[in-house]
Design a protein around this ligand. Structure first.
Ligand SMILES: Cc1ncc(COP(=O)(O)O)c(C=O)c1O
Length: 382
């Protein structure tokens, strides 16, 4: 094959003139930190997900930190999550003083095996954090009644899930807290940023306070005309508020998400056709229950070659790739503190050495997908 001269990145944000205009207008407006634009983005998330409350933040990780704190998770507690997740979740569990308990994923969809969650519950279990992996929904339907019956909280990791619908309900709309990420590779971006959606007003108030030092008034209320610049703090908080500059970008991105996700779906479909029937290459499975998939990632599993050789082949052909994710139970600190859990996670183990994320982003062309498919065939055919 003829090797392209221009590098094809694994991901690239789609930023158009509307985004530039809105961010520029914000910069010129005289108000650039948390204000009306953040409220607009929060409204957009409430409307999209059906959740009663939404709080914008500097990242999804910040949202997880504050939720674990607000839910009272700490030393002696256990939190159930898949090992095939971003390390940030497990970092937050461990930093809260709690113990991560890993449940296996389905090799095909890479989503948590919901049927195994109940077996992992102990008297110390406080929460379960399913991940809508790559945008494919974890099955909330059987999970929520188990959690309710056993008295444990559910936090949806919806970092990949702007546009994920499970049995007619958008991620974040299940009545439990959810975190969304606006990191540049995500389905919509604010540069960096995140959102917590939830239905519990008392919890929302706590998250809002913890987001900004514990201060009981927002800056825009304190600094407005005739505002009261004093404040009180009952519980110390953090500094996790999103800026209006970022939210201005996010509001336009959210308005474009259907366009982005339609494009992602089309490209994923082309990958599926272009990569069908290759021996030693497993394509991403999709849930067998009703859902909508926003194709945040296109994660293949390679068994025909060691993954390093596959990555070398892609790099030689000027193609980028990602790894979502190095299994968290294999990370050094997790193994040192919690021991070797590999024997309990057979499908995670099987997937962990094989997974690789191929380029997928809305501005990719059909020709780019065809090029990657040809490259994969050539590399694996060798
Ligand atoms: C599954 C998952 N959870 C959480 C996060 C954390 O998101 P953020 O980078 O916004 O903190 C990510 C981000 O990459 C993710 O992929």
């Amino acid at each position: 094959m003829k090797i392209r001269t221009e590098f094809l990145p694994f991901s690239r944000p789609s930023i158009g003139e509307r985004e530039v205009a809105e961010v520029t207008a914000c910069l010129r407006s005289g108000w650039i930190t948390t204000g009306q634009k953040c409220l607009d983005l929060e409204t957009g998330f409430r409307e999209r997900t059906g959740a009663r409350c939404a709080v914008s933040l500097t990242s999804a990780t910040a949202g997880m930190h504050l939720l674990l704190l607000a839910l009272g998770i700490g030393p002696g507690d256990e939190v159930i999550t898949p090992s095939l997740t971003f390390a940030s979740t497990v970092n937050q569990i461990v930093l809260a003083g709690a113990k991560p308990v890993f449940v296996d994923v389905d090799y095909d969809t890479l989503n948590i095996k919901v049927g195994q969650v109940e077996d992992a519950i102990t008297p110390r279990t406080k929460a379960v954090i399913p991940v809508h992996f790559a945008g494919g929904p974890a099955d909330m339907d059987p999970l929520l009644p188990v959690a309710r019956r056993r008295g444990i909280a559910v936090v949806e990791d919806a970092a990949h899930a702007v546009g994920t619908v499970c049995r007619g309900i958008h991620a974040g709309g299940f009545g439990v807290p959810a975190i969304f990420s606006f990191h540049p590779i995500k389905n919509i971006t604010t540069g960096e940023g995140g959102m917590v959606t939830l239905d519990d007003e008392a919890l929302e108030r706590k998250i809002r306070l913890l987001r900004f030092h514990g201060i009981e008034r927002d800056a825009w209320k304190r600094y407005g005309k005739g505002g009261d610049p004093s404040y009180d703090i009952r519980e110390p908080g953090f500094k996790y508020n999103l800026t209006d500059i970022q939210a201005a970008l996010g509001v336009v991105q959210l308005a474009r998400v259907e366009e982005f996700n339609a494009r992602r779906r089309l490209l994923a479909d082309l990958y599926r056709k272009g990569l069908a029937g290759i021996e030693g290459l497993d394509l991403p499975g999709v849930p067998d229950y009703p859902h909508e998939h926003p194709w945040h990632l296109f994660v293949v599993k390679v068994s025909a070659l060691p993954r390093e050789r596959f990555m070398e082949g892609l790099a030689e052909r000027n193609i980028g790739y990602g790894l979502h994710f190095p299994a968290v139970h294999r990370l050094a600190y997790v193994r040192e503190r919690f021991g070797d859990m590999s024997s309990r996670l057979p499908e995670t183990e099987r997937a962990a050495d094989r997974i690789l994320s191929l380029p997928l982003f809305p501005d990719m062309t059909e020709g780019d997908v065809a090029y990657v498919c040809e490259a994969v065939r050539e590399i694996l055919g060798r």
